[in-house]
Design a protein around this ligand. Structure first.
Ligand code: NOJ
Length: 534
């Protein structure tokens, strides 16, 4: 591995790349991306400059929630490939200096998992207590008011055994009972199994949700309507963020650190409150990275973004590494959410993501500024959001195949094969045309990642806010000075200007000149050689 990769904390200053396997490259003509397709395009990822890839769920699953309903934690989904393919992917990525993270789903299993299949056979079944079962409320009906991800009761009645089981997502995703010690033992083994195979870490699904209130108390009404303000008008006070969850991460952290190099635990911590988020780092003995959803859902303004960055850094315990991302398979793509497809804004967002201290996670397609794709209701594949008629509500919009070229199948699958989700307008944003154009978003992103590697890799660079006045957000991160004008008005640069490396203008603004609307500049404080200019 790269000697400048942070050693023990190799994710410091790194760029991880979330790769939605089914939408990457289809090598067997079934319309789904697969593991051999990732192997085939590792050189692209290496050229781009990513340090690690996080694969969307790869384990066998009935795909009610596209792999987030696992039926075997020790295998590979046959539609995606084999265990041998995954081993080869880890080895081939490693040969290029890239690490591979898997998605681990410990909050729930598929109801097709052998544990659940056994659990429903009787109240004294061997695996009954692996799941959360409860009697009806005293007056009848579900044991609590908790809601699942579709807005229905999170409790489903199981007539043959006369109890309800809990599912915070679909009713085919039964929540595991983390109060059962055997569940801990099972997952310790699962975690070791993959670490032993060279998996560099896990993105941990629903990390904040493992434990539920022991008394199953009702959730209170939500205080806000923002996307992190609970679900369907309810705070998740008793169905998530329970203190006992931290013990699971302390145990896994010990396992992760018993490997060389240490394995990485990256939590999907879907919380609004930064103090709660900070708590998942523990005393440097829980998650090494916790996803920051207040940043994801920030408005794309200088004040809001700089505010959440500043508040995050102030809240995190000493030595904790922040993590920045803005697109994923649930929330959609930032070139749409933040930028409305405006390429100037996409470049600004990439600049910010590439220069903030800590770890950055790009989503496949971010590097070409790929926008959400309109997926008609009849073509939708996401069971959790398929019911809606508006296209904004469907998570499919951000899960469509990456566009490799401008051909009808976008180079994702063979011509004549129907891709599992539509590819959208391939002529618009695709890898091939951008790779031929050094002025493209793709080259811009690649150069930013090279700059990050040179300047920020291997440490959590100190961050200093220079200004977040009006539309201008300017800061120092390590040896970089970054200024982004997130507004329609010209903005004066703070302080004396040095060597400007980046600008959307044909000519970078001269020292002392203002930044134009939606322009950015970035300069080095220390007198290093300028390698790139836009
Ligand atoms: C969060 C995942 O990101 C999402 O896609 C999934 O539906 C839920 N967890 C349930 O696993």
């Amino acid at each position: 591995m790269d000697e400048n990769d942070g050693g023990q904390r190799w994710w410091h200053g790194a760029v991880l790349y979330q790769l939605y396997v089914r939408s990457w490259l289809d090598t067997n003509g079934d319309g789904y991306g697969d593991l051999p397709g990732i192997i085939e395009r590792l050189d692209y990822l290496s050229w781009l400059g990513v340090d690690g890839i996080w694969l969307s769920p790869t384990m066998p699953s009935p795909d009610q929630d596209w792999g987030y309903d696992v039926s075997d934690y020790l295998g590979v989904h046959p539609e995606l490939g084999t265990l041998a393919d995954l081993d080869r992917l880890i080895a081939d990525a490693g040969a290029r200096g890239m690490r591979v993270l898997l998605d681990l789903v410990p909050n729930h299993t598929s109801t097709a998992h052998p544990w659940f299949v056994d659990a429903v056979t009787g109240r004294d079944a061997e695996f009954r207590d692996y799941y959360v079962w409860a009697d009806p409320a005293p007056g009848g009906g579900p044991p609590s008011n908790w809601l699942d991800a579709t807005g229905q009761s999170a409790w489903t009645w199981h007539e043959p055994t006369g109890q309800y089981y809990l599912h915070l997502f679909l009713d085919s995703q039964a929540d595991l009972n983390w109060r059962e010690p055997a569940v801990h033992r099972e997952f310790d083994e699962i975690v070791r199994f993959w670490f032993d195979r060279g998996v560099a870490g896990f993105r941990i699904d629903v990390a904040h949700g493992l434990y539920k209130d022991a008394e199953l108390r009702d959730n209170p009404p939500a205080a806000t309507t923002d996307p992190l303000g609970g679900r369907f008008g309810q705070e998740q006070t008793y169905s998530a963020n329970r203190p006992e969850t931290h013990g699971v991460f302390r145990d896994w952290r010990k396992i992760a650190e018993s490997y060389q190099p240490p394995r990485l635990l990256l939590g999907e911590t879907w919380v609004r409150d930064l103090a709660t988020l900070a708590g998942y780092y523990g005393h440097d003995d829980e998650l090494q990275l916790a996803f920051n959803f207040p940043f994801v859902f920030s408005r794309f303004t200088a004040q809001d973004l700089s505010g959440v960055v500043g508040a995050t850094l102030a809240r995190l315990p000493a030595g904790a590494c922040p993590v920045w991302t803005s697109s994923n398979h649930d929330v959609g793509r930032f070139p749409t959410r933040w930028c409305g497809g405006d390429e100037r804004k996409v470049r600004l967002a990439l600049l910010v993501l590439a220069t903030l201290p800590g770890t950055t996670v790009l989503y496949y397609g971010d590097e070409i500024g790929m926008t959400d794709v309109r997926v008609p209701v009849e073509l939708r594949r996401d069971h959790m959001s398929r019911q809606g008629t508006g296209w904004d509500g469907s998570r499919d919009r951000g899960r469509t195949p990456i566009r490799w070229d401008a051909s009808p199948s976008a180079g994702f699958t063979a011509d004549g094969v129907t891709p599992w989700l539509p590819v959208g307008d391939a002529a618009d944003q695709n890898v091939a045309s951008q790779r031929d154009d050094p002025a493209s978003v793709l080259w811009f992103c690649r150069s930013l990642l090279a700059l990050r590697h040179a300047e920020l890799r291997g440490a959590i660079a100190p961050y200093e806010l220079l200004t977040a006045d009006g539309g201008l957000w300017a800061y120092r991160a390590g040896g970089l000075t970054v200024a982004a004008n997130l507004s329609d008005q010209p903005a004066a640069l703070p302080g004396p200007s040095g060597e400007i490396l980046l600008s959307t203008a044909a000519e970078p603004p001269a020292p002392g000149e203002p930044l134009g609307p939606w322009q950015r500049s970035e300069e080095r404080r220390v007198g290093k050689e300028c390698r790139s200019r836009w």
